[in-house]
Design a protein around this ligand. Structure first.
Ligand code: PEP
Length: 248
């Protein structure tokens, strides 16, 4: 079965209800003919308003994190049940900013991923190496560790989306070359094959993320193992629609 391309935006801690609604209103007609799955992962407080704004369009609203517990004393966190109440279908998990600034570990990524899957929320599990790790030739070891630990006990890997996001390319304007991204994502697929079987690995949607924009999206999306993009900066403007329509 062919993998359906998937372009997701990550608004991070940007936008307000007003500016978000305005952007989604602009995007709606522009993404009407898109052939890929589309999501915008927005700040939690904006989820209800953005779900309403995106209604009747191809844009699904996602979260930027999710907690593993059903409820309880976890100040500042959000449960799957709370997300599901608003029809949230996707959640980014283990973004490098969560790992870097908020102490997110592979173990936490694993617990969040399993909880999302149990609740029919598609986890977009982020993996990626830092610049020094790449320069020291540690990329494959780092990715292997993140995948092995982050995806432990996952029963159906085809229900997980992986986002390969080299940390040195996020928000820096420095994109991985088409070849670098393809080569690393091919490695990720091979690793998934070892962990979950080649047949299953060949069905997993793997996105590239890291300064993907309206100009470089075509080249990246043309790579055989790249099935989509996780888009930060360019998802805050109508350029997002150009990326969604990369094949036009
Ligand atoms: C991201 O937030 O996941 C990301 C890839 O950001 P940017 O596109 O701005 O590099």
């Amino acid at each position: 079965m062919a993998r359906k391309p998937f372009i997701a935006g990550n608004w991070k801690m940007n936008m307000t209800a007003e500016s978000g609604k305005a952007l989604i209103a602009e995007l709606k007609p522009l993404v009407k003919e898109a052939k890929c799955n589309i999501a915008l992962c927005v700040p939690a407080i904006l989820i209800p308003a953005m779900v309403k704004a995106a209604k009747g369009s191809k844009i699904k609203i996602g979260a930027q994190n999710v907690h593993w517990a059903a409820s309880g004393a976890y100040t500042g966190e959000i449960s799957c049940e709370q997300l599901k109440e608003y029809g949230v279908k996707y959640a980014i998990i283990g973004h490098s900013e969560r790992r870097q600034y908020f102490g997110e570990t592979d173990e936490g990524v694993n617990k969040r991923t399993l909880a999302a899957l149990e609740n029919d929320i598609t986890p977009i599990v982020c993996v990626g190496e830092t610049l020094s790790e790449r320069e020291n030739g540690e990329t494959e070891n780092v990715l292997s560790r993140q995948l092995e630990n982050g995806l432990k006990s996952v029963e159906d890997i085809t229900k997980v989306v992986i986002a390969y996001e080299p940390v040195w390319a996020i928000g820096t304007g420095k994109t991985a070359t088409d070849e670098q991204a393809q080569e690393t994502i091919k490695f990720i697929r091979k690793k998934l094959g070892k962990l979950f079987g080649v047949k299953n690995a060949n069905r997993v949607v793997i996105q590239y993320g890291g300064s993907m924009n309206a100009k470089n999206c075509k080249g990246l999306m043309a790579q055989p193992d790249i099935d989509g993009g996780l888009i930060g900066g360019a998802s805050l403007k109508t350029d997002f629609a150009i990326i969604v329509n990369y094949n036009k």
